[in-house]
Design a protein around this ligand. Structure first.
Ligand code: SF4
Ligand code: SF4
Length: 224
């Protein structure tokens, strides 16, 4: 899931200052699971904002969509948009941008910082696992991501600075390539570590697109 954190309250307060009616919009998917921007967090933030702006006459509405990264659900705001001067979105960066695209005439303010793609270690505790590099090498690395887990994101073996079992950059972080070695060794697949990954294409970065097999014709017909 995408993991996010709510911005510091003072930053949010500064962003909404000057507006009269703001709609705080939550998202019911990733940010709800990681306790950053679901319906509960929307109500909590609005309670704090209402208290802070009590004397200034700013009012805060609330709405939590099932997903802000989906136009079908954003359409649910069509009949509310004119009631508000601005949106305060608690979705991830993708949801916030899609909300802004749906309503280009309306300021859209981010109430959360999108942190990473990660997993749930415990309630309220998350860890990054993937940086969406677009060229997944987990088959060769025993399921350990070298982009995320190695401080230098090395695809082809350790840097040479491994300090006993730790990363030379962070003493409390195990060296990713030691982890990869141990995992492959335990699976009897150590030969995989000799596979060379070609350099990733980091050039000409622009928004990437994925069309799942079987959907090409339909998408071409609908968007040509
Ligand atoms: S190699 Fe790592 S960053 Fe790249 S897609 Fe796989 S898990 Fe994600
Ligand atoms: S010590 Fe290991 S994890 Fe740290 S940067 Fe070098 S190869 Fe990567």
């Amino acid at each position: 899931m995408i993991v996010a954190e709510r911005k510091p309250f003072d930053e949010i307060r500064n962003m909404v200052t000057g507006y009269k009616k703001v709609l705080t919009v939550g998202c019911g998917t990733c940010v709800a699971v990681c306790l950053a921007g679901g319906s509960k967090e929307v109500e909590t933030l609005n309670a704090e904002l209402n208290l802070a702006f009590k004397k200034d006459g700013i009012s805060f509405g609330s709405e939590t969509l099932e997903r802000q990264c989906d136009m079908e659900f954003l359409a649910e705001l069509d009949n509310r948009v004119d009631e508000f001067d601005a949106f305060l979105s608690m979705a991830c960066g993708a949801g916030i941008q899609f909300l802004a695209e749906r309503f280009p005439g309306k300021p859209v303010l981010p109430a959360v910082n999108t942190s990473f793609i990660g997993v749930n270690l415990d309630v309220g505790w998350y860890e990054e696992k993937c940086r969406a590099c677009g060229q997944c090498v987990l088959a060769m690395t025993g399921g350990v991501c070298p982009v995320t887990m190695c401080a230098k994101s090395l695809f082809n073996g350790p840097c040479g600075g491994t300090n006993k079992t730790s990363c030379e950059i962070h003493a409390d972080q195990p060296c990713a390539w030691l982890k990869i070695y141990e995992r492959l060794s335990g699976q009897g697949r150590l030969d995989q570590i000799l596979q060379v990954s070609p350099p990733n294409d980091w050039a000409n970065q622009r928004p990437r697109k994925v069309i799942q097999p079987g959907y090409e014709e339909r998408i071409k017909a609908m968007h040509s």
